[in-house]
Design a protein around this ligand. Structure first.
Ligand code: NPW
Ligand code: ATP
Length: 639
């Protein structure tokens, strides 16, 4: 990727050329032609520019193009090509010429005259979308950028009766105001506009333009200078903030190291690796549940050396040293289990994308649910609506025809595709895959062989696109029949309840599972599946990728109504997308993003359960829990 060497609003030549190449592409030009609202076109331009290594907002691209068009038209109008001056006015004249000569002709004469003199404004201006839109903004009273205040003079679409007096040498040219209510003289000029234009275009035009350009350049320069200053101030503010954060971390680090040196100096059996530990078993990190304190043999602990906060943080980011970080909390006794919980939760917090006004619809996640048939319409609805409530922007349900209307009737927020039982279901669904960030397979899918075959094919194609996949409910039935469908896929997460887990385990190991040691079994299953992340749901949710087992025991309730697993899988689809995106951006390295997403979703589901139960007690249903997603999410991840 190229590095954008320009900052703020200053465009380098290479950046401008890249912009022009993109803007000149045929599809962009076609989209701009005759299009009044072109913001989406400039979004595309900005995106393509970004792909070339130059980060510019759509608005910056639009303003830059507009400025280039102005320069080009002025150079062209001034007939400067003949005397070689055109290049001074429009550095990219040739490129602009090549692009604009393929477009419906602009009338530069009108363009410039209407801007300079205010005459004939709105009279047959050949606008493409952006010019039209600018005029719209002006009329709507939007505040123009400083540099554009001058520029706006070029694009009035309504006559503004402001007389402009321009002095060129000893000649004083007075340009009278004109508007639609004008009488004889304006009628006259309306009848013979061309002649009038030619007269003015002779000698004074060139001078007039030079003067105008000078002013325009001056204004632009001022604007850039102010922008630069603003950006520098912003940089300074960020640096100061960063320094403050570092300072806080240092202080925390000192506190931690003094506490840990006290605790490690005490003999503590909990910090010693268990000699009885069977080889090959994964380390178990329980978080807030009773198993943490009981010190069962399956919980292996290593002593942790004193460390400052930075070491702790880097341990957290270092796969090899991470166990030490979690062990520290064991060594501190049960009171600190909450601390370990907080640690994982704070990692989950770090993957949550900020809500900013800069984003467009879809950026925070488009999730697909494969499921929903005649028997089960609630499950896909629960999963899809939960994905939305957790923070995805769009939620698609791919279900059978007879389920579609029912699911749609539950909620207008969902996009429902009645394609799952159509003859070309796979192709129909695949069309959407490039737009999806996460897929949840199984809620309400049923066990019809035809549907399972479609689901299998969709999983294969989703894997090929490297999209996170959560498999639940009947999707797990499919995995039990054909484990290879998800085996070894690192962005895959399986969420079996006890029954589903037992089926899976026995299908893979060909022997009954030892239910007295679920941690071991869950880790074994994940290992046998090529380290796919497995979440064994239950009183404690056990989460593992075969290396470590995390236990999520955040308090839920005794209420076990159907559909809670769907809330879990839908939320997990979104969190998996966020976690893998954050990991790809280098935000953390130590924890498997799938494990992190699973932990986040389990915590959230349990928190929803607890909150809903506090309100409704025994009558709590999954819909009540879904109502709690917003506040539970806030409580866990945004406080
Ligand atoms: N509103 C809707 O539309 C909903 C639709 N749903 C959809 O239904 C479809 C089938 O899913 P499923 O879970 O009912 O099927 P399956 O795995 O055969 O389990 C059946 C039997 O297994 C047992 N069992 C279950 N859990 C257990 C445990 N923890 N520990 C021990 N045993 C356990 C239990 O047996 P029992 O106790 O009755 O003998 C249970 O009856 C699927 O598509 C799903 O998405 C649901 O999402 C709910 C909301
Ligand atoms: N005994 C329990 N105590 C507390 N929470 C539990 C318990 N069992 C399950 N949960 C929570 O409920 C969520 C859903 O688990 P559950 O076992 O109900 O899934 P499921 O059977 O697949 O659900 P569904 O009814 O949607 O098919 C899990 O995230 C888990 O955290």
């Amino acid at each position: 990727m190229q590095v954008n060497t320009t900052r703020g609003f200053l465009w380098s030549d290479v950046e401008t050329r890249t912009l022009l190449n993109i803007w000149g592409e045929q599809d962009i030009q076609t989209a701009l032609d005759g299009n009044f609202r072109n913001s989406f076109v400039y979004r595309d331009v900005s995106r393509r520019l970004g792909a070339m290594g130059f980060e510019r907002t759509p608005e910056q691209c639009r303003v830059r193009i507009k400025s280039l068009k102005r320069q080009y038209l002025l150079a062209k109008e001034g007939n400067l090509r003949n005397n070689g001056q055109y290049h001074k006015i429009c550095k990219f004249y040739d490129t602009m010429e090549r692009i604009l000569s393929n477009r419906p002709a602009l009338d530069p004469q009108e363009f410039i005259e209407s801007g300079v003199g205010g005459e004939e404004a709105g009279d047959g201006l050949e606008e493409d979308g952006d010019d039209a839109q600018d005029a719209y903004s002006e009329c709507a009273g939007e505040c123009p950028l400083p540099a554009e205040t001058e520029v706006k003079l070029e694009y009035p679409t309504i006559p503004i009766p402001i007389p402009v007096k321009v002095t060129v040498g000893n000649n004083s040219t007075s340009v009278r105001p004109q508007n639609s209510s004008h009488s004889a003289s304006s009628n006259l000029s309306a009848r013979a506009p061309k002649r009038q234009r030619k007269r003015r275009a002779n000698f004074p035009m060139e001078k007039l333009m030079e003067q105008f350009l000078e002013q325009s350049a001056q204004a632009e320069e001022n604007f850039y200078r102010v922008e630069e200053q603003r950006l520098q101030a912003e940089d300074r503010r960020r640096e100061a903030e960063h320094a403050r954060e570092l300072h806080m971390l240092q202080m925390l680090g000192q506190m931690f190291s003094s506490i840990s040196s006290t605790s490690t100096s005490r003999p503590n059996s909990a910090t010693t690796p268990s000699k009885n530990a069977p080889p090959g078993r994964a380390t178990v990190f329980a978080t807030a549940g009773p198993t943490c304190t009981r010190g069962q043999s399956s919980h292996f602990r290593r002593p942790s050396p004193p460390a400052d906060c930075f070491t702790q943080q880097s341990q957290l980011l270092n796969p090899d040293s991470q166990p030490l970080v979690f062990e520290r909390y064991y060594s501190l006794g049960s009171a600190s289990h909450r601390g370990m919980d907080d640690d994982i939760l704070s990692l989950v917090k770090s993957i949550i994308p900020p809500l900013t006004s800069k984003k467009h619809k879809g950026e925070d996640g488009r999730i697909g649910i494969i499921g929903g048939c005649q028997d089960y319409t609630g499950a896909p609805y629960f999963a899809a609506i939960s994905a939305l409530k957790v923070g995805a922007d769009l939620s698609h349900v791919f279900c059978t025809k007879d389920a579609a209307t029912v699911i749609k009737s539950y909620s207008p927020e969902l996009i429902v595709h009645p394609v799952l039982d159509s003859p070309n279901a796979v192709e129909e669904i695949e069309k959407w895959l490039p737009r999806l960030h996460g897929l949840v397979v199984g809620p309400g899918l049923g066990r019809d062989n035809h549907l399972l075959k479609t689901a299998k094919e969709v999983i294969e194609r989703t894997k090929a696109r490297d999209i996170p996949i959560v498999i639940d409910a009947d999707g797990l039935w499919l995995v039990t029949q054909q484990p290879s469908v998800i085996e070894g896929y690192q962005k895959g997460i399986l969420t079996p309840n006890f029954m589903e887990f037992t089926r899976l385990y026995e299908a893979l190991h060909h022997e009954p599972m030892d239910s007295s040691d679920p941690q071991h079994c869950v880790s074994e299953l994940s290992g046998a599946m090529g380290n796919v992340t497995v979440v064994l749901k239950g009183e404690q949710d056990l989460i593992t990728d075969g290396t470590k087992v995390f236990s999520c025991s955040i308090e839920g309730s005794g209420r076990r109504c159907g559909g809670q697993g769907d809330l879990l899988s839908g939320s997990m689809g979104v969190l998996a997308h966020w976690a893998h995106s954050a990991s790809a951006a280098g935000m953390f390295r130590s924890v498997n993003p799938s494990v992190l997403a699973a932990y986040g979703a389990c915590s959230l589901t349990r928190q929803c359960n607890s909150q809903a139960f506090q309100r409704y007690g025994r009558s709590t249903t999954t819909s009540d829990m879904i109502q709690e997603i917003g506040s539970a999410f806030k409580k866990l991840f945004e406080s």
